[in-house]
Every structure is written in structure tokens, then in C-alpha cells.
Design a protein around this ligand. Structure first.
Ligand SMILES: O=C(O)CCC(=O)C(=O)O
Ligand SMILES: [Fe+2]
Length: 529
């Protein structure tokens, strides 16, 4: 998986999946399951046709309806096709079989040869009953789903796991906090100087305490924060952040989640600030993206930390009031040491616990794991395995959700641009109404996959690198990075900056930019990002 090895391997305090081997094993099991259910068992269940041929139209219909199962060559899809298993029988019998034998279209070679040799005997068929066929297909589907949902390394370990590992030293955290406060100061000065200038949006929020910090960047669960691109971080600030993330975060994600570094694209990286006497907490929510990292940059505050919820009770919730996560559903309250980060799948429900006193700073990233490069013209593959994408409950559920919102946005835009919107009747048969149905499916898939992920997987917290190993671990990671960085082409490295703040279509292609990206388009064009 990790083509250059994971330098932190010797520091791991837990055994992580060996993705390469586990996927190979799973692939083998799937092939065996496929052959067993769709070839071997149907052949074993095949029996000679009834002695008396169907005489009337009804019987004839039944006789020709018998089907066995086959697959397309690549094994990706299954369909039914008439296969009749050839046996030798007499001419007389053939005559009796009448029109039915004309349908015999596939004959194993050896049987054909045998039939040709024995002139008086001609091939006829053994048939698999429709019921047996259906059971075989069902058997294969159950085996396939069981293996993917329960045994795939991409589902069984990280789905509801929250992991902790070092990301920064204390000095580096201090540096990042200084960096962020300097950026806030720049924002404040620009906003203050622009009093009469209506072009600076959100000015009023920037001159509010804590000055220079954004307050409404995220519409629903707003945080007091600064984004590394759209807020005025300097070129050298970004370079500094990029080097650290390349050396430490990228290989850890690659190792922990079994995804190539080139498939990782940050969609939003920002510094958050909580103050005991201002924004002090964040309600339970899930993040947009596949994986979230959150590194603690300060200490000396009281309260705080992150709660992670096991929300399975929500599926049994009834009544008129919406489900509210309860304190006894928290499976991990994570309050790490300064410089440690937590890594988790973004669909895990979590909240920022109230800071009672002092300031809590975090560097947070919502990361997308792309199967194709949304920026390349032909949507070039990133090399992400199918097991880590469409066969991963989390990945697929997130993709259906993004696909849904992309489709609904397109739909609404089209609708808004149409002077005379069609009536419901006129929409019948129109592609738009079809897509309403497809959108419905997207959201159903999203919620059911999330539910499966919630039920089938252990919820746990794990420190994968002991915090007391922070210094030697980070040194080792940096050393390994500088030794190999020149060998790695840029498409094999994550994109931390230039690909931020966009939405994708269901197939992973580019859909649209967030409004904050549109407003700051010149900042995304600069070469340093
Ligand atoms: O405060 C925390 O630990 C959580 C922050 C968070 O979840 C977010 O910004 O999305
Ligand atoms: Fe969050």
C-alpha cells in the first residue's frame, strides 16, 4: 500500500490492517464465492428435463424459461442467460423434445465431441430450475455483501474508530497560534480601514471580538476560524504548513486508511479558536468529507475536548421531538495533549465540548479521498482501490450525499433559469423528473449505508502512536520525508490548498465552487498553492 513504507511503523502501539494483503485475500474469497455460487453449485443442481416434454403452450413457456446464471467476463455484473447443460440422449428423445432443443445454445466442448462421435445420440440438456437459480444468485449476493461489510479491511477497522497520533511539537503549536493571530490582525486592520467601503463583506463580523476571526464561514455549525487560503496567511506560512502535513499527516492517513497520498485532497483547512467567554463549544454534527483531522494547538484552558457519539439509538427514536444525542452515548471524550491530532471518518457524530476558561486552538482539515482527480480533464484515476471507495460504507455513503447535493443544486439552478417552469404533469417523462427519482435513491443509499456503518462496526478510540514518543516519531517522519520527497511526483502527494472549497458530482468529477472560493478566486490562482 505505502509504496515508500511508513516511517512510523516502529512506533505503532496497535496493529493496523495490512491493506494490500487483506484486500488480496478478500478478492480471492470473492472470486471463490463467485465461482462456487454461480458456476459450481448451479452445475451440481442441474437435473435432466422431465421425461415428458411440455405439450401445451403453457408448459413450453415454462420449459424455455429455465435459466442458469452466468456473468460478464470481468465479473463486475451478473445477469441471467439461458445455459443448458448438455447430456447425450437419443434422436427419438430429441424429437420428443421438439422446439425446446433448438434453444440449446451453449455446450461444453467435451460433451459436443462426445455427441458427435455417438451418431445415434445427440446433445440435449440438463436444466437448473428457476428457483435454484434464484437461490444461487441470492447466495452469492449475501456472501458478497457479508464479505464486503464485515470482513473488508476498509470497513471493519476504521469505520467508527477515532485515532490519535502526534502532529506537532509544542514549539510548532505556538508558532501556528502566532501565525493565526497575525492573520487575524491583518483581517482586522483591513476591515477597520474599510469602514466606509462596502466591498469588504462580513466586515462587521471581523471587527467584532475576537477581532479578525471569521464567524460565519460554515453556515450550519459555524466556528470562529481562519482558512489557510481565503484568509491572509503568507506564502511562507502555507509552505510551512504544507511541509509538515506532507511529512507527517499524509503518510499516517495512507497507512491508517489504506489510501494513496495522491487521492487526498483537503476541502477546507482552518484554525479554530474557542474562548471560555465567547464561542466556547460546537454542537453535535458530522463533517463534510471523508476523513477529518483535528490537532490541538494550545493548552492551559479548562473544559474543552471533543466528544464522539455512538448514535445507534437514533434509529429507534420515535416521537415528535428530533433525536438529541445523550451524554451516555459518548463513546470517547478526547482531550489530547498539545500537538496531538485525532483522525476520524467525517460521518462520525462529534461535538466540541465547552471551554470554561482560556483559549483552545485547533488546526482542522476536512479531507476528501478522491477516486478521480476532479481537476484533470479526463478525470484521471487517483489509484484509489475499489475496496477503499465504492466498497467502503463510509466512502460510498459520503459520495451519495455529495452526489445528492450536487444533483439538487443543478436541478434548482436549471429550475431558476427556466422562465416557465413545467407543471408536474409536464414533467412526466422528462429527464428532470427521472432525476428526482435518482436523487431520492442517492439519499436513500446515503442514509442506509451510514446506518449500516453505525451498526456493524465497533466504536472505539485508540492512540496509535504513544504521546511520549512524539519527538522521536516526528523526527523519524521528517527524516523519511526529506529523504524521499524529491522522488515523489506531485500527483502522488496530497493537495492541501489549491483543491479546497469545491463540491463533486457522484462520479467524482468537479461540480461547483463554494461561494467563499468564488469570492476569493484570485487567491486560488497563485502559484504558491
Ligand atoms: O472542537 C472540536 O473538537 C470539534 C471541532 C469540529 O468538530 C469542527 O470544527 O468541525
Ligand atoms: Fe466537526
Amino acid at each position: 500500500m505505502a509504496p515508500y513504507g511508513y516511517a512510523g511503523e516502529e512506533f505503532l502501539s496497535v496493529e493496523l490492517p495490512n491493506y494490500e494483503m487483506d484486500r488480496l485475500l478478500l478478492m480471492t474469497k470473492l472470486v471463490v464465492g463467485f465461482v462456487a455460487w454461480l458456476v459450481v453449485i448451479p452445475v451440481m443442481l442441474a437435473s435432466p428435463p422431465a421425461a415428458a416434454p411440455p405439450q401445451n403452450a403453457e408448459e413450453k413457456k415454462q420449459g424455455t424459461a429455465n435459466r442458469a446464471t452466468t456473468t460478464t467476463k470481468n465479473g463486475a455484473t451478473t445477469r441471467t442467460k439461458t445455459i443448458k447443460i448438455v447430456e447425450t440422449t437419443t434422436k427419438k428423445k430429441k424429437k420428443e423434445m421438439n422446439g425446446k432443443s433448438k434453444k440449446a445454445n451453449v455446450a461444453p466442448e467435451h460433451s459436443v465431441k462426445k455427441a458427435n462421435k455417438e451418431e445415434s445420440e445427440e446433445p440435449t440438456v440438463k436444466q437448473v430450475s428457476e428457483l435454484a437459480n434464484m437461490l444461487c444468485i441470492l447466495g452469492f449476493m449475501v456472501t458478497f455483501l457479508y464479505m464486503i461489510i464485515v470482513t473488508s479491511p476498509d470497513n471493519r477497522y476504521t469505520t467508527r474508530g477515532v485515532f490519535e497520533a502526534p502532529l506537532f511539537t509544542r514549539e510548532e503549536c505556538d508558532h501556528l497560534v502566532d501565525m493565526a493571530e497575525t492573520v487575524a490582525q491583518r483581517n482586522y486592520e483591513a476591515a477597520a480601514a474599510s469602514e466606509a467601503n462596502a466591498t469588504i463583506k462580513d466586515r462587521d463580523l471581523l471587527v467584532m471580538e475576537p477581532v479578525g476571526w471569521q464567524k460565519k464561514r460554515h453556515e450550519v455549525h459555524s466556528t470562529t476560524d481562519l482558512n489557510v487560503i481565503t484568509d491572509p496567511f503568507s506564502k511562507s506560512d502555507r509552505q510551512w504548513i504544507k511541509e509538515k502535513l506532507n511529512a507527517r499527516l499524509a503518510p499516517t492517513i495512507e497507512r491508517l486508511y489504506g489510501v494513496p497520498q495522491g487521492s487526498i485532497r483537503a476541502n477546507d483547512i482552518f484554525v479554530i479558536r474557542y474562548d471560555g467567554n465567547r464561542q466556547a463549544s460546537l454542537n453535535p454534527h458530522t463533517d463534510d468529507g471523508d476523513v477529518t483531522f483535528s490537532a490541538l494547538l494550545s493548552d492551559g484552558f479548562t473544559g474543552g475536548g471533543t466528544n464522539y457519539y455512538d448514535r445507534r439509538n437514533q434509529y429507534y427514536h420515535t416521537g415528535n421531538t428530533p433525536y438529541q444525542p445523550q451524554p451516555d452515548e459518548v463513546f470517547a471524550h478526547v482531550l489530547p495533549q498539545i500537538g496531538q491530532m485525532t483522525l476520524f471518518r467525517s460521518p462520525i457524530l462529534h461535538e466540541g465540548v465547552q471551554v470554561k476558561k482560556g483559549r483552545r486552538y485547533l488546526l482542522i482539515g476536512f479531507l476528501s479521498v478522491d477516486n478521480v482527480d476532479p481537476w484533470s480533464e479526463d478525470n484521471k484515476s487517483t489509484g484509489l482501490s475499489w475496496f477503499a471507495s465504492w466498497f467502503s460504507l463510509n466512502w460510498a455513503s459520503v459520495r451519495f450525499k455529495t452526489g445528492y447535493s450536487a444533483a439538487i443544486t443543478t436541478h434548482n439552478t436549471l429550475k431558476a433559469n427556466q422562465d416557465d417552469w413545467m407543471t408536474a404533469d409536464e414533467q412526466k417523462g422528462d429527464w428532470m423528473s427521472e432525476s428526482t427519482y435518482i436523487r431520492g435513491l442517492f439519499i436513500q443509499f446515503h442514509s442506509h449505508l451510514t446506518m449500516l456503518a453505525d451498526f456493524w462496526n465497533a466504536h472505539f478510540f485508540q492512540q496509535i502512536i504513544p504521546a511520549d514518543q512524539t519527538k522521536p516519531y516526528l523526527e523519524k517522519m521528517d527524516e523519511a520525508y526529506s529523504a524521499r520527497s524529491h522522488k515523489r511526483p506531485s500527483h502522488q502527494l496530497p493537495s492541501w490548498f489549491s483543491g479546497q472549497q469545491v463540491d463533486l458530482n457522484i462520479d467524482g468529477s468537479f461540480h461547483s465552487e463554494w461561494s467563499t472560493r468564488k469570492k476569493n478566486s484570485e487567491k486560488f490562482d497563485r502559484e504558491e498553492i
